[in-house]
Design a protein around this ligand. Structure first.
Ligand SMILES: Nc1ncnc2c1ncn2[C@@H]1O[C@H](COP(=O)(O)OP(=O)(O)O)[C@@H](O)[C@H]1O
Ligand SMILES: N[C@@H](CC(=O)OP(=O)(O)O)C(=O)O
Length: 565
């Protein structure tokens, strides 16, 4: 028999209201879902002694003021963790089966699931959009990438034994959209975001349907419909603060009313002014996951990838890379910012704010401990953690013609980059000159800077400086303990000298975890390999007194608690 409640002064559906409701349910020995919020004023009221709860049987009981207050202050949520699965973990029906099996293998968890688009679907959607611009409306239905997307999703549905209607409407809509782009001969950033959103909208619908088919009750959510409110910076939107309470209210509220595992689209949001679909930058589902984790105050966010955690370098550059068991949020953010594609650069922010560990795990190798990322760790024994390479970087040497004082010179240089929305990575200055590197992509949209934009930058800078544009450079970032910088640099320069490589610029970030070196693109991979073997493979760490030797140290018990940190 439901217990009817009303909470004067507490907004209906708010986390506090839900928490009081849960406390009342627990006090009356009821399942939470047998307790319903009611608008009926007569159902109960606040008395001096507390909240009088009247069951529909006529019996009453009191939830003491202290109990109600304590519950409201510690909002209860049924959820325990966020589990995010990227495109690499969801590339086929077989992979979806494995991911479902993985989720069900943690019966003690009540996770919120965040999914990216299947496999390479986002890239295919972007390519299809580009082709639509020039192919002409009658040919839009024949774009090869559209066929690949349709085939992948329909085959997955068939193989999972689901009804094609789960995505057929979206596939039709997608085809219509491409025809529209072909007719307009234009793909704006806003339309581009709407276009790529089909990937996540389809993967989540398929997966939710599959979990339901397995008997695990799941509910699909489009992030842009549940309170993910962003700036209107299409392709690279920022999540706004209002998102946190809105998402918590919606997910907690639905859970209380009708418990089901939420399956949420990663990467997507809703522009605060435009109300159009926005995206959070490539790889943005990691950020969706940590945002939900913070909103719900969860114990942990798990980010499931196709590698055994964050590695000592990109395994595509050097196959001997090994997992890094522990990282701080600062190290992970720096690593991501300087090019390690494994995490979205902004994704550590909510985790840091909510002091919530992030675990990077391998969905293909679930028993590996992975990497645990936390606020702090014992850095005293740490020397080098990981080596990151960012290629195709442009370097600018800018020498003042002394028309401006040094102060005005730096301000003027940076205002030009700000106006053009181009991000500057590394900077080194003298009194009259500045060397800096430009990210190959504009901010996080991964839209490459065009030559004409660079020409424009140089033209603007040449009004007050002599400028040398040096292209095809790479930044090698040494993520580690900058307190041991002399040791790191001594070893690094030995290795580079032996390999005949000259460093063209050095910069040590204020974050105290990163030293960056600029070298020629053509030498960069060889440098990373040589540095990796010198630091991680030849017993260097064990020779240095008190240094931590990288090895797998983090482990996960059955309910996901972290050992060994
Ligand atoms: N330092 C690193 N550690 C781990 N993976 C890295 C690193 N640098 C680059 N990568 C690449 O990142 C990939 C995982 O990220 P991503 O493809 O975005 O995963 P997902 O699609 O599952 O979110 C790995 O397959 C690997 O190739
Ligand atoms: N699908 C989007 C968002 C994302 O996060 O993907 P992944 O988790 O596969 O990196 C992208 O490809 O950018």
């Amino acid at each position: 028999m439901p217990v009817a409640l009303r909470f004067p002064g507490v907004a209906r559906g708010s986390p506090a209201a839900l928490a009081i409701r849960a406390a009342a349910a627990s006090k009356h020995g009821r399942e939470q879902d047998s307790v319903r919020a009611s608008a009926r004023p007569a159902a109960q009221c606040w008395r001096r002694r507390g909240l009088v709860v009247r069951c529909q049987t006529g019996a009453t009981a009191v939830l003491k003021n202290e109990e109600a207050t304590a519950a409201a202050q510690k909002p209860h949520t049924g959820f325990t963790a966020v589990m995010k699965f990227g495109g690499s973990s969801l590339a086929s029906a077989e992979r979806m089966r494995e991911v479902a099996d993985l989720i069900l293998s943690f019966p003690e968890e009540t996770p919120v699931i965040v999914l990216s688009a299947m496999g390479k679907t986002t890239n295919n959607l972007l390519l299809a959009g580009e082709k639509a611009v020039s192919c002409g409306a009658p040919k839009a239905s024949e774009i090869p990438e559209l066929a690949v997307i349709k085939d992948l999703h329909l085959r997955t549905i068939d193989e999972l034994g689901l009804d094609r209607s789960v995505v057929s409407g979206l596939l039709d809509e997608l085809e219509q959209l491409l025809k529209g782009v072909a007719m307009m001969k234009e793909l704006t950033r806003r339309t581009g975001d709407y276009l790529v959103s089909f990937g996540e909208c389809m993967s989540t619908r398929i997966f939710a349907a599959y979990l339901n088919k397995l008997g695990k009750k799941a509910r699909q959510y489009d992030a842009f419909d549940i309170g993910f409110i962003t700036t209107d910076d299409f392709t690279n939107a920022d999540i706004l603060e209002v998102t946190y309470p809105a998402v918590a209210k919606r997910l907690n509220g639905d859970w209380m009313d009708d418990p089901a595992i939420p399956i949420v689209t990663g990467f997507l949001g809703k522009g605060c002014k435009s109300c159009a679909v926005t995206t959070l930058g490539r790889g943005g589902s990691d950020l969706t996951a940590t945002t939900i984790g913070k909103a719900l105050g969860l114990r942990e966010v798990q980010v499931w990838k196709d590698v055994d955690g964050v590695l000592t370098c990109d395994p595509n550059i050097y196959a001997n890379a090994i997992p890094v068991p522990f990282l701080t949020f600062d190290e992970a953010a720096e690593l991501a910012y300087f090019g390690a594609q494994v995490l979205h650069p902004q994704s550590m922010r909510p985790a840091r704010d909510g002091d919530m560990p992030v675990r990077v795990k391998n969905s293909y190798n679930r028993h590996e401990p992975g990497t645990v990322i936390t606020k702090s760790r014992d850095m005293s024994k740490n020397i080098l953690t990981s080596i990151v390479l960012k290629s195709n970087v442009t370097m600018l040497d800018i020498v003042s013609t002394r028309m401006l004082g040094q102060y005005g010179f730096l301000a003027k240089v940076f205002s030009i980059f700000e106006d053009l929305g181009i991000s500057v990575d590394c900077v080194a200055t003298s009194e009259v000159s500045i060397s800096l590197t430009l990210d190959p992509s504009k901010l996080w949209s991964r839209e490459l800077i065009q030559q004409q934009e660079l020409d424009h930058v140089v033209e603007e800078l040449e009004k007050f400086a002599v400028v040398h544009l040096l292209q095809r450079r790479s930044i090698i970032s040494l993520i580690g303990n900058v307190q041991r910088s002399s040791l790191i640099l001594e070893k690094t320069f030995n290795v580079l000298r032996r390999n005949g490589v000259n460093v063209q610029m050095i910069s040590q970030g204020a974050s105290k975890v990163n030293i960056s070196l600029v070298v020629n693109d053509s030498e960069a991979k060889q440098c990373v390999q040589a540095l990796h073997s010198a630091f991680f493979e030849n017993g260097f760490m064990s020779e240095v007194e008190g240094a931590d030797v990288p090895q797998n140290g983090a482990s996960l018990n059955s309910n996901g608690a972290i050992y060994g940190n």
